[in-house]
Design a protein around this ligand. Structure first.
Ligand code: PLP
Length: 426
């Protein structure tokens, strides 16, 4: 097949007629499929069901320190959970505070605390005229939702294949004291599946922000979420790099077991320098007497250690890999020859990032929805929901069954073709 750009008007009109008939046939099927959110499938959730058995009514529910996990206490998490999550994100257990069930909640709390009480004794952000965050985009919509909710001005920074455009990041943070943070998903990023290069991580660690209370919000959500055993991305550990660069307090690192065990019922944590953690603990002691230690214990007893987690993640990969490959195969087969789109081929994480011709993404997502396939709303991957090119669409292949995915991808490429033809003919 020739590229669409090289086809004559007549050829495109003819092709459109044929594709329209296929689209109508899809519509008649009354599909109800969802490729919008990065949720694990039922089969993946079933992998962790053994966790329900490790804390039986007859189990010893004391943690290693001898504390009864059924009762109040242990503000920042039981030691064995700190060890497990510390190993998961490659930081010492002492650099961790274990929170509750969601890392997004930890990120929200971190921004909220900075707004009301400042960062390590600094001026509360709510007393400042302007507070800004850098937002590498495409990025995670819920990060942008947090900063938007607090009235923090968001500045888009373009992503490159090696991570955010660091020339721009360095320039902006060194010049503007109102810039207090940057959202990062450094490994298998949401939505592109990009892993930051060593050089990018080192440049982050060496940043010289104008604002003393600037922090890197390093959301390590997909640190061990590889799709392939023998072809994985590696990410330099940022806390150690910041320390080496003489900037130990520069970063907050977030993680959770949401996509290891159960989303919404996992264990989340923050890792940071001792000075940052001390300041956070002071506030946390007001907020809670302690998070869910039984859940922490359950996770430790089920996975045992990092090796246990790594083995577990291979089972997730075995379920996810064919789904990613099925979508990518359809995109390759149907769209590569047409010259109307590009997409990423991640080695891990939960998403494929798709770029249509400019001005087509919203129409593609709408056309999919009309025929029963829900995609992430176009624009969601940009601050304020505004994609300046209207071209990025996040594809989340994890939840549907392989059969559903096959259908959903077929419909998706059909919609891409139809909308692109309209765009070219316009
Ligand atoms: N961070 C990123 C980059 C995500 O993609 C997600 C979920 O999709 C989350 C955080 C949510 O994590 P949690 O379930 O720990 O709140």
């Amino acid at each position: 097949m020739a590229s669409y750009q090289s086809m004559s008007k007549e050829e495109l009109v003819q092709l459109k007629e044929k594709l329209n008939a296929e689209y109508e046939a899809f519509r008649a099927k009354g599909l109800k499929l969802d490729m919008s959110r990065g949720k694990p499938s039922v089969e993946q959730l079933n992998l962790s069901m053994g966790m329900m058995d490790v804390l039986s009514s007859s189990a010893d529910l004391k943690c290693e320190a001898g504390v009864d996990c059924r009762n109040y206490g242990v503000l920042d998490g039981i030691q064995e959970a700190k060890q497990l999550l510390g190993d998961m994100i490659e930081v010492p257990a002492d650099n961790i505070i274990i929170y509750g069930n969601s890392s997004l909640d930890v990120m929200y709390s971190t921004v909220a605390r900075s707004m009301t009480h400042g960062v390590m004794g600094g001026t509360p952000w709510c007393k400042l005229d302007r507070v800004k965050f850098l937002c590498p985009a495409p990025g995670y919509d819920r990060h942008f939702a947090i900063t938007e909710y607090f009235g923090i001005e968001m500045i888009t920074v373009p992503m490159t294949p090696a991570g955010p455009d660091m020339d721009l990041v360095e320039k902006l943070v060194s010049q503007d004291e109102a810039i207090k943070g940057i959202w990062c998903v450094p490994k298998y990023s949401n939505p592109q599946g990009i892993t930051y290069s060593d050089e990018t991580v080192r440049r982050f660690a060496r940043l010289q922000p104008a604002a003393k209370d600037f922090r890197i919000y390093w959301d390590n959500a997909y640190g061990i979420h590889h799709l392939y055993d023998d072809d994985q991305d590696y990410l330099l550990e940022i806390l150690a790099e910041c320390e080496k660069a003489g900037n130990p307090d520069l970063v907050y690192k977030f993680c959770s077991t949401s996509k290891v065990s159960f989303p919404g019922s996992g264990v989340a944590a923050i890792a940071a320098s001792p000075a940052n953690l001390e300041s956070i603990r002071k506030q946390l002691a007001i907020q809670t007497i302690g998070f869910d230690k039984l859940n922490q214990l359950r996770h430790v007893r089920f996975y045992k250690n990092l090796d246990g987690m790594v083995e577990h993640m291979k089972k997730h990969a075995a379920i996810l890999r064919p789904k990613f490959e099925a979508v990518l195969a359809t995109l390759d087969r149907e769209l590569s020859p047409c010259g109307i789109a590009t997409w990423t081929k991640p080695k891990g994480g939960y998403f494929i990032s798709f770029n249509s011709l400019d001005g087509c993404a919203k129409a593609i997502v709408a056309k999919c929805r009309e025929a029963g396939v829900v995609m992430t709303p176009a624009g969601a991957t940009y601050p304020y929901g505004i994609d300046p090119h209207d071209s990025n669409i996040r594809i989340a292949p994890s939840f549907p069954t392989p059969e559903e995915l096959a259908l959903a991808s077929e419909l998706f490429v059909l919609c891409v073709k139809l909308v692109s033809i309209d765009r070219i003919l316009a």
